[in-house]
Design a protein around this ligand. Structure first.
Ligand code: ACO
Length: 406
């Protein structure tokens, strides 16, 4: 299709030709105006704006607006979005009770995905994916309620009572308070913690056709509602090859520390591919250069830890691990560099989050990107259900054999 004037979908249907591209290494599934990545040069832009400028000068709320609407908001537009989100932070009391049904040690990502799916049951009249007002309302509901749900998954895991949102606070402060606050005790939001989390959310806000965004689009392409599509994205994100890597990085660093800080021995294990050990937080399907987000996180880690008064032996292990890997032919030849998750866990840990919550924080950040992509796809008049083909490798035709003759 395009300049050739040939409609490839018709060609495919008539000839039966298919392209095999396992893992979609070189297959574009859509056109998009949202996020630009040049993996070779290490460039990331949201709607044309370089990630480092947004990280230094913008806020997560502003980036949310930018991703959803294509332009930076005016002061009034930003205030309106802020007000709408504050207005919708509460969960239905019945949904609140939903958290009681999970065991204390449930992984927060499983609870998060389940609760997002359950959200749709409370709004049966606002689920039409082609009704602009309903989609706008679902968008705000998700943006506003996800931090509340995320905080409740944490409260559930530590057995503490759930805190109602305090809508005098901005989204990130409210989330920190609902997570770490205790009823009947005042909670003072730490500005270093708020600013650090806000910045990390900006860095995670979108990343074009990654596994979870592609999942959100795939589910949405069947005209499933926004909540169902986002819940599917959360499940995709939970995998250790994707968002779950931020938890896995810290587990890896702790493992190295516990076994005597021998970084070189661990790197040897990775190179020998012992028991499938990978250097978590390293490598990326698209970046064959330093992930620009990782560079920004690395730059802020030391500063944030110092301001929070946290000294973490895992930071020096991470720095040494990066130095050893980047000067080793195995990693150089394969163009393996730190990705966004390599240093984020150290900051989350310093903020007081347990490892199991790390991927939940990623999900809060990625939500605007998922929604923006879902909306972009649904507004395409040529919306087509995602339906890949396959290369069949099973048996050729054979006759059924009765059970007594097998
Ligand atoms: N440690 C050691 N070796 C690695 C790593 C790693 N982290 N990543 C890739 N390799 C090696 C592979 O073993 C392979 O080597 P080979 O050619 O000798 O077999 C080669 O590099 C290419 O690896 P692939 O798996 O084919 O690369 P792919 O693009 O499919 O994978 C992925 C990308 C999944 C991110 C991979 O680099 C990985 O598993 N990294 C660790 C997990 C991680 O950090 N995930 C987060 C990704 S970013 C995000 O989702 C936010």
């Amino acid at each position: 299709e395009g300049n050739s004037g040939i409609d490839s979908s018709k060609l495919l249907a008539t000839t039966g030709l298919v392209t095999l591209d396992t893992g979609f290494v070189n297959t574009a599934s859509c056109k998009s105006e949202i996020t630009y990545i040049d993996g070779g040069a290490g460039i990331l832009r949201y709607r044309g704006y370089p990630i480092d400028q947004l990280a230094e000068q913008s806020s997560f709320l502003e980036v949310t607006y930018l991703l959803l609407h294509g332009e930076l908001p005016t002061a009034e537009q930003l205030a309106e979005l802020d007000g709408q989100i504050r207005h919708h932070t509460l969960l239905d009391e019945d949904l609140k009770r939903f958290f009681d049904g999970f065991p204390r040690n449930a992984h927060p990502m499983a609870v998060l995905a389940s609760a997002i799916n359950a959200l749709s049951t409370f709004y049966p009249d606002d689920l039409d994916p082609f009704d602009a007002d309903a989609v706008n309302l679902s968008t705000i509901r998700l943006l506003a309620k996800l931090p509340t749900i995320a905080a409740y998954t944490y409260k559930k895991s530590v057995g503490q009572p759930l805190l109602y949102p305090d809508n005098s606070l901005d989204m990130v402060s409210n989330f920190l308070r609902m997570t770490f606050g205790v009823p009947a005790e005042p909670y003072q939001v730490n500005e270093t913690a708020r600013a650090a989390l806000d910045l990390l959310l900006i860095l995670h806000a979108d990343h074009e056709q990654n596994c979870s965004a592609a999942t959100v689009r795939t589910v949405g392409s069947a005209q499933a509602n926004l909540f169902a599509s986002i819940a599917a994205g959360v499940n995709a994100l939970s995998g250790p090859s994707h968002g779950g890597a931020n938890q896995a990085v810290l587990e890896m660093l702790r493992g190295i520390h516990a076994s005597g800080d021998d970084v070189a021995a661990f790197v040897r294990k990775v190179k020998n591919k012992e028991a499938g050990v990978r250097l978590m937080g390293f490598g990326h399907r698209v970046y064959k250069n330093y992930d620009p987000r990782a560079a920004l996180v690395k730059k802020m880690t030391d500063d944030v830890l110092t301001k929070l008064g946290v000294s973490d032996p895992l930071l020096s292990i991470a720095i040494e691990l990066e130095q050893v890997a980047l000067s080793d032919d195995y990693f150089v030849e394969r163009k393996l560099y730190p990705n966004v998750d390599f240093y984020t866990g150290l900051i989350y840990k310093a903020l007081g989050f347990p490892e199991s919550m790390f991927t939940v924080l990623f999900a809060i950040g990625r939500l605007p990107g998922w929604i923006a992509q879902w909306r972009e796809m649904m507004s395409d008049p040529k919306l087509k259900i995602t339906r890949p083909r396959q290369i069949y490798t099973g048996p050729t035709a054979r006759d059924y054999v009765a059970v007594e003759k097998r």
